[in-house]
Design a protein around this ligand. Structure first.
Ligand SMILES: *Cc1c(COP(=O)(O)O)cnc(C)c1O
Length: 402
């Protein structure tokens, strides 16, 4: 086990976030005295003799057995992520979507129901409404942050309450006190996909949320070079999920785990810059005459600014804005005129990314379906990377003023 301080002990408030990001979950002295954790390219793990195999099973010894059940450096990454989130245990998956799917498939059976806010990642909605429905699981979509509508949808078959916070691309911020209170009142477990916030900006477990999910593809790994997902909760709640993952095999390859461990070292440094860039870009856009509206929780104009200020340390790198009197083509012209952000989906990496949601994520929606989920032709989403804020602002200025 780790001999490095983690966030679960009584000494927790004294350990800084970057100290945890650098050292959390790691053994102090590692294989071959290397400072980094090795990449274990092992599909299986061997036993010295038959008795050793018998002991492993009987005494539940903490060692590996077969690659689908775990990998030594994956355990390090899981301990580090649990420490950063302030949770007891973490479980890694091959993507954010497989973490969500793994959670739903492990927990739900025919007849069970999920109640979720509607501004969810479109693939999460699709998984629940289209795929879980095949197995008899019912999903209720509720207008985001309408807590009384959420309460009205809860019934004795409800098993999970689910939301993202902040949501993508509208950046709605959930009042976790109200959300958790609903779960506790009706004895229903709560899930927050906090990918856009990260444990640096938001601490859902401290509000009593049962499961925190992240796509590690985004800020946690931070370099647009790997995909991964994680669930953080109590050790007791993670255990059955780990067993299910061992059956279905939604696991990371060993090289991928190394990229995550490497990326996590600079997590706090990167988040500070993402927060700074998001705020600077949002403020610039809010003051520009060609911009109709900006969605960013760090702006006083955002409908959830007060709850964001109360619950978040910073507001991240994602900024959504609407161009004034612009159609889809005119909006595309602004996207095409920027020189620093690359055009593409995703967020949370070193490189800034820009996209028109109607082109990138909602191309297979009808205009009515887009309206229903609040996706407009004149909407642009920019995911600020870690470049210098002055450069991002100057670039957006030239693109808008062209
Ligand atoms: C990207 C994302 C996911 C899916 O994660 P993958 O790693 O791409 O599978 C889920 N939720 C949110 C909020 C995301 O941004």
């Amino acid at each position: 086990m780790s001999s490095t301080p983690d966030s679960s002990g009584s000494d927790r408030p004294t350990i800084g976030f970057s100290t945890l990001a650098v050292h959390g979950g790691e053994d102090r002295q590692k294989y071959a005295n290397a400072i980094t954790d090795p990449i274990f390219c092992a599909a299986t793990y061997t036993f010295e003799n038959t008795q050793a195999a018998i002991d492993f099973v009987a005494k539940k010894l903490p060692r590996e057995e077969y690659g689908r059940y775990g990998n030594p450096s994956e355990k390090v990454a899981e301990r580090k992520l649990a420490a950063l989130e302030g949770g007891e245990a973490a479980l890694l998956y091959s993507t954010g979507m497989s973490a969500l799917a793994g959670l739903f498939l492990a927990k739900l059976q025919a007849g069970d129901e999920i109640v979720m806010f509607d501004q969810c990642y479109h693939r999460t909605r699709e998984f629940c409404q289209k795929h879980l429905a095949k197995f008899g699981v019912v999903t209720h979509l509720i207008p985001t942050c309408d807590y009384s509508a959420m309460e009205a949808a809860i019934n004795p078959r409800t098993r999970l309450l689910l939301s993202e916070s902040p949501t993508n691309p509208h950046l709605s911020v959930v009042d976790l006190e109200q959300f958790v209170a609903l779960g506790k009142k009706y004895g229903v477990e709560t899930v927050i996909d906090a990918t856009l916030a990260t444990p640096y900006n938001l601490r859902p477990l401290e509000y009593g949320v049962d499961y925190v999910v992240h796509s590690c593809t985004k800020y946690l790994s931070g370099h647009n070079d790997m995909l991964g997902g994680v669930i953080i909760s109590t050790a007791e709640k993670i255990e059955p999920l780990r067993k299910f993952r061992g059956v279905i095999g939604m696991i990371n390859g060993p090289h991928n785990i190394y990229l995550l461990l490497r990326g996590l070292k600079t997590f706090e440094l990167r988040m500070r810059r993402h927060n700074e860039n998001g705020q600077a870009v949002a403020e610039f856009l809010a003051g520009h005459p060609r911009v109709e509206k900006v969605l960013y929780p760090g702006l006083p104009s955002h409908p959830h600014h007060q709850i964001a200020r109360k619950t978040m340390r910073g507001y991240g790198g994602l900024v959504t804005f609407y161009l004034k009197d612009a159609d889809a083509q005119q909006t595309a012209a602004v996207v095409d005129a920027v020189r620093i952000p690359r055009i593409g989906p995703s967020l949370g990496g070193a490189e800034s990314l820009i996209e028109q949601p109607i082109v990138m994520s909602y191309h297979d929606f009808t205009p009515e379906q887009r309206r229903a989920v609040g996706i407009a032709d004149n909407m642009i989403r920019i995911a600020c990377g870690i470049e210098n804020p002055e450069d991002l602002v100057a670039d957006l200025r030239q693109a808008l003023e062209r």
